[in-house]
Design a protein around this ligand. Sequence first.
Ligand code: FAD
Length: 431
Amino acid sequence: MSGLLKSEDSRLEPRIRVLRNHPVDMSGDFVVYWMTATRRYRYNAALERAVEISLSIDKPLLIVEGVSVRHRWTSERVVTFMVQGLVENISVFRDLPVSYMPWVENHKDPGDGLLRRISKRSAAMVIDDYPTYLPLWVMKRAEETTSVRLEAVDSTGILPMQMSEKEFATAHSFRRYMQKNLLRAFESSPKAMPLEGVETDLTVDPAKLSEILEEVNFEHTPLEWMWRVAQGRSIGRKALAPLDIDHEVQSVPTKIGGPSEARRRLDSFLINRLGRYDVGRNDTDDGAASGLSPWIHFGHISPYEILHAILEREGWTPADLDEDSTGRGSRAGWWGLTASSEAFIDQLITWRELGYNFAFHRDDHHSIKSIPDWAKNTLHDHAEDRAEAYTFEQIEAAETEDEVWNAAQRQLKEEGLIHNYLRMLWGKRIL
Ligand SMILES: Cc1cc2nc3c(=O)[nH]c(=O)nc-3n(C[C@H](O)[C@H](O)[C@H](O)COP(=O)(O)OP(=O)(O)OC[C@H]3O[C@@H](n4cnc5c(N)ncnc54)[C@H](O)[C@@H]3O)c2cc1C
């Protein structure tokens, strides 16, 4: 043991933010990784950093993956999808030399209370760095309530969020920034398998763990209950019935959460649709989109895994980049890949990370007040344009006069997503 591997000495340094700069507490029983957004083993920078810390201070590693049921958009659909991932993670981590504890919050015992109690027994904590919604709230609570060293680690995108000093107002400006910094960002890319080559057993002694969990009043989520929820349909519905969540938004049998389903869908996309993505992305009948957004959103697959798969298929190396146009922000031609792969990567990196970048730099990102003045002015100028006005109930029930809009809304309700092109129409009509 050589003492804590400092964040500045870690390969992952661009992805680490030290939220509480305490020395590690060597009397603590373990290092804790509180998994809130990167709900997977593979390509997980926070897990990789937690392993680094554990090895450097010679403490075992406890991973806690919690599912919250107390947020605004909690529903059967969301909880089922997340629990499906959790059930898969149980079997993934069972074969790895770390301890993993799945937990579904209940209304008696909120997650931040548990986090605080477990932190008291830990030597140091790592949490996912995520710039919005619930994982952001949990991260802030962790910062306020933990008394040990706390690091937030970012696995959100290809570019570490803190690498940029400001938010970007346009995709073009983000693309320019991305082109200048991509290779630097690659240096801190998470490993595909964060525990590969680790020979030390980092599991927490089971007897000791049970004792500690009892002391901190940890209420185990029964495995059988999670299994039932993961079945979805009527079995899942029955299991979820006691929870105070939205029961009208039900799980979608064709959308199963979890890393292996995400990978299966990625492989199918690579073989069947990527090759025509540039021309077929907006086709609503036989579309070429990946359909991966729910799995990316819930952290079941990493953008790095997707990017690597594409680059590998094309036999890409950094030498293929068009150095002369680096930083010019051109949408096509810079990567030196096929047009369809470049079109897809532009969505996966530029468009996706533009939003995360904005959220990271702007505390008011969730508010309409954060939109630029030109957008505010346009909205104001056209506020009276709309002849028809619908009630919230009509909108929710897809009962407008626009049949295409209604179809998009029905798809959202029944299948849990809207085709990517129709989303724009859906969004514009809402505005
Ligand atoms: C009104 C509106 C609402 C949207 N709501 C969501 C949402 O709730 N969740 C969500 O993930 N995306 C959302 N998007 C962005 C985009 O439409 C979806 O990410 C995309 O349609 C998802 O389908 P896909 O996975 O097949 O995308 P693909 O075309 O296969 O793209 C691959 C990935 O790139 C990213 N991406 C693609 N297009 C965009 C985009 N325009 N902006 C940001 N990232 C993008 C996504 O991570 C996506 O999964 C919304 C867009 C609009 C206009």
